[in-house]
Design a protein. Structure first.
Length: 343
């Protein structure tokens, strides 16, 4: 579709016609001697430009009109609108905080195929499907053990997020569990978020052991920053090792303080249902932004103007040279006939 950024420029199109119609031609009176035998007297003498106004040819008028139209079109800044492009803005920012302490290697998690595997493998399997389903959300990921790290900043590139998820393994970040620090790092990540729905899903199978910030304090700060925290316990609260026992009370307190829900996941099916429940709790409608690419075309009208001007000037020079050659031949012919008549 063709449009113009300055369409009012076309009001200048009839300007040359108005000038030609309203302004009189230039006239000048000079003294002259009329000789009826002027051609015979001036035969063989060099002649210059006379006072006769040459007649305008239709081709010249059309040529000049075309140049004027191209100049006005260039001033009007023509553009071509491309096909509409629609982009969906992120509806939510979801941060996944995944416990990768050494206890996640415990093989008591029932996968979707009914087979028993490690907690880490089961969580990764279900998280992969959850991330793949994020069409209108930005997703981020924090991995924490003895320290918390941002594995995936907020992104809509779910393919990259799933690939990084697959690289996680128990013990990569140490053997301890820092729930409070993981929440604090998530709050920092949400600081640059412009969306209203900020959701943190915290998965852990152990109790907080060495956080610099207490989980309860971190949850309170999250609530003040409009961050909703859903906690998921994937461990055994009655485990033999006290360090690997999941602290249900702490996870419940975190969820209550930050306006989220507390859930227990013993198998892949239960974890999937939890994610579906979280999606139901945060129904949002994605915003679509549409625009049409604008391709400027002024360079083409400018190039056409320059090309026609060069061609017109070349044609004028060629025509003037042709007239000079033919005019000289006619003068020689007239001079020869005069000499024959005199003889």
């Amino acid at each position: 579709m063709l449009e113009f950024d300055a369409p009012l420029a076309f009001l200048a199109l009839p300007l040359p016609i108005l000038v030609w119609w309203l302004t009189p031609p230039r006239r000048q009176r000079v003294q002259a001697i009329r000789l009826p035998f002027f051609e015979r007297v001036s035969a063989g003498l060099p002649t210059g430009e006379g006072a006769v106004v040459p007649a305008r040819r239709a081709v010249q008028i059309v040529f000049v009109a075309l140049l004027w139209a191209l100049a006005i079109t260039t001033i009007a800044r023509p553009i071509r609108l491309g096909d509409p492009v629609t982009r969906t803005e992120a509806a939510r920012d979801i941060m996944l905080a995944v416990d990768i302490s050494g206890s996640m290697e415990t093989g008591d998690f029932i996968g979707s195929d009914g087979q028993r595997g490690t907690r880490m493998d089961g969580v990764k399997q279900v998280l992969d499907g959850f991330i793949a389903a994020r069409k209108d959300d930005r997703v981020g990921m924090i991995a924490f053990g003895s320290a918390a790290y941002v594995l995936v900043p907020f992104t809509r590139d779910t393919t990259a997020a799933r690939q990084l998820l697959a690289t996680l393994s128990p013990g990569m970040a140490g053997q301890n569990t820092v729930l409070g620090d993981a929440i604090g790092l998530a709050i920092q990540s949400f600081a640059a978020s412009n969306v209203d729905e900020r959701v943190l899903i915290l998965l852990s199978d152990g109790s907080d052991t060495s956080s610099r910030m207490a989980p309860a304090k971190a949850a309170d700060i999250a609530a003040k920053n409009n961050v909703t925290i859903h906690t998921i316990a994937v461990g055994d609260p009655n485990g033999k090792d006290e360090q690997d026992r999941v602290d249900l009370a702490t996870l419940q307190s975190i969820a209550t303080t930050a306006g989220g829900t507390f859930n227990r996941a013993e198998d892949a099916a239960g974890l999937t249902r939890i994610y579906e429940q979280i999606d139901t709790l945060h129904p949002v409608e994605a915003k679509s932004v549409s625009w049409r690419p604008r391709l400027p075309l002024g360079q083409w009208t400018t190039a056409a103007f320059v090309l026609l001007t060069v061609l017109g000037y070349a044609w004028m020079l060629a025509r003037r040279g042709w007239h000079r050659r033919t005019g000289g031949q006619h003068k020689k012919a007239r001079a020869g006939s005069s000499d024959e008549a005199a003889a």
